[in-house]
Design a protein around this ligand. Structure first.
Ligand code: HEC
Length: 157
């Protein structure tokens, strides 16, 4: 690689990095606290996620609904590859929809997954995600490391 090309590549890389940092919708810095997976499993059952989903630890409920919607959670999927995508698929299911799955979308193209945003507390969601996270082959997730900010010394102490 000649010098000019190297400089261009470096310039592009820096521009790309700067662009990432500036995206106001960037997920950088997003971190949920550690959840309780056992409690999450209980929440999964309490919220009736098993009405539509199969999970290796919780079988799907038998119902007429199960004949129409039966979506397996966990494993290695193309749609849920990161922790962020897992959280998004719980709180914003229409964001990334598995259109090829029967029963996944309604006539208007929205996800048929019911929304829990008005009934689930953040703590319940954190535990639920901790439970589901174990069953997905997710990319390694790093908790955000917050820098220790310099604090001016308080006079007189
Ligand atoms: C009424 C049926 C229904 C219920 C109840 C339901 N879901 Fe879903 N869920 C779906 C459908 C349909 C999809 C696939 C289409 C989509 O992404 O919206 C889906 C997708 C998902 C996905 C992404 C799946 C993947 O691997 O691609 C996750 C994670 C998920 N749901 C979690 C939950 C959790 C947690 C609950 C309970 C709080 C729940 N769902 C309750 C219907 C449901």
């Amino acid at each position: 690689m000649n010098m000019l090309l190297k400089a261009v590549v470096l310039g592009l890389a820096i521009a790309a990095l700067a662009a990432c940092g500036k995206d106001p919708k960037s997920a950088a810095g997003f971190t949920l606290p550690e959840g309780d997976a056992e409690q999450g499993k209980a929440n999964y059952i309490a919220f009736g996620c098993n009405a539509c989903h199969q999970h290796s630890e919780v079988p799907q409920l038998q119902s007429p609904l199960a004949d129409q919607v039966s979506i397996k959670l966990g494993g290695e999927t193309a749609r849920v590859r990161t922790y962020g995508e897992l959280v998004t698929s719980v709180i914003n299911p229409s964001h990334r929809i598995a259109k090829h799955k029967p029963g996944a979308v309604d006539a208007s193209g929205e996800s048929t997954m019911v929304t829990f945003n008005d009934v689930m507390t953040v703590t319940q969601m954190i535990d639920l995600v901790a439970f589901l996270q174990q069953s997905y082959e997710l990319s390694p997730y790093r908790h955000t490391v917050y820098p220790v900010y310099w604090q001016p010394e308080v006079k007189g102490k």
